[in-house]
Design a binder for this molecule. Structure first.
Ligand SMILES: Cc1cc2nc3c(=O)[nH]c(=O)nc-3n(C[C@H](O)[C@H](O)[C@H](O)COP(=O)(O)O)c2cc1C
Length: 336
């Protein structure tokens, strides 16, 4: 019987298969990280160190020194508290990263999450020094000011990527959302600025309104498998245009979804929600199903599968443009 070669290249690393644990609570705890490795995960992305965590830590240090200088300064009592970040600062993050590197032998990818061009960027270097095999830079910004242009937002992303690229020598992946007016142009500029890979796509958590308290509150809803269609489409479109790694995230929940993302051109597929629902061992079930699929379809390797249905390799490239959309709307029949 043919034994398919599941290995795949990602960010210049040879991974043993395309199933990677995405940033989230399971990769942040050593026990579940080990369970993910045992289940077959080929790499893991640690939860992010957030710009806000770094800045809060620096504000706290500043506050301490101000307090020493002006012990009676009343304004210090009114200093805003950020209890969420009190117990987990950048030093804890770096310590966790070092422990993760000791606990598992798969590549460990650090993650930095921010937007502004402040001092938090220097933590990219710290993450490299702590032993990360690569860095995932998660850039997330919500423009609410009408004077901010789309071009200005994109420039900020590109400048950030260039600044982080300059400060580290490990591979750099950039995690972005899907909402850009011309994603192929933007993606190319991120690659030109030094991204070795793109992680497509970040999944934004929208606030909901609590009708009892009349407050906005973040309501974390896990993904569903249909959400993989957005990365399937865009990875299919981008695969032949970009000479960098592409990772798929959002809605990766079943073996068929993983196969589809590989066909579109993903180098790896990342999972968070499904493993939070079913446990780290479920990654092993998916890995076995992917392996079985390759055997059944006589596909010798993941490398052979990758991108074989990208836009450029598909006989009808317009399928990824408007045509299918119009056909789907015209042919829809009511369900009742
Ligand atoms: C509870 C939770 C925590 C997460 N934390 C992070 C994080 O720290 N950094 C990050 O880049 N993504 C984070 N993510 C996003 C996931 O890594 C992933 O990209 C996203 O959930 C989409 O994949 P999924 O459909 O498999 O959940 C988190 C997701 C969840 C559900």
């Amino acid at each position: 019987m043919m034994i398919p070669d599941l290995s795949t290249q990602y960010l210049g690393m040879k991974l043993k298969n395309p199933l990677v644990a995405s940033a989230g609570p399971l990769t942040g705890e050593l026990d579940s990280l080990r369970q993910l490795e045992d289940a077959g995960a080929s790499a893991a992305v640690l939860p992010s160190l957030f710009e806000e965590q770094i800045e809060h830590d620096e504000i706290e240090i500043h506050k301490f020194f101000e307090f020493q200088a002006f012990p009676n300064a009343e304004s210090l009592n009114n200093f805003p508290e950020m209890p969420d970040f009190d117990s987990y600062g950048p030093d804890d993050y770096l310590e966790k990263l070092r422990s993760a590197k000791e606990a598992v032998s798969i590549p460990v990818i650090g993650s930095l999450n921010g937007w502004s061009d402040g001092g938090w960027i220097r933590y990219a270097e710290e993450i490299e020094e702590a032993g990360a095999d690569a860095l995932e830079l998660n850039v997330y910004f919500v423009p609410t000011d009408p004077t901010i242009t789309a071009a200005g937002v994109e420039k900020q992303y590109v400048d950030l990527v260039a600044a982080v690229r300059q400060s580290i020598s490990i591979p750099l992946a950039v995690k972005i959302g899907p909402n850009f007016s011309s994603l192929p142009n933007f993606a190319q500029r991120l690659a030109d600025a030094g991204a070795d890979g793109l992680v497509l796509f970040n999944r934004y958590l929208e606030s909901d309104i609590d009708l009892e308290t009349l407050e906005y509150h973040p309501d974390l809803v896990l993904s569903n498998r249909h959400e993989a269609r957005t990365p399937i489409r865009w990875i299919g479109i981008l695969r032949d245009q970009l000479d960098i790694s592409l990772a798929a995230t959002s809605g990766v929940q079943r073996a068929d979804g993983i196969i589809k993302l590989l066909l579109a051109g993903a180098d790896i597929t990342m999972m968070a929600s499904i493993l939070l629902m079913k446990g780290p061992e479920f990654l092993g079930t998916l890995l076995e199903e992917v392996n079985q699929w390759l055997i059944e379809y006589e596909c010798a390797s993941v490398e052979q599968l990758k991108g074989s249905m990208s836009q450029g390799n598909y006989p009808n490239p317009s399928a990824l443009k408007r045509a299918n959309y119009m056909r789907a709307l015209k042919n829809y029949t009511p369900q009742y």
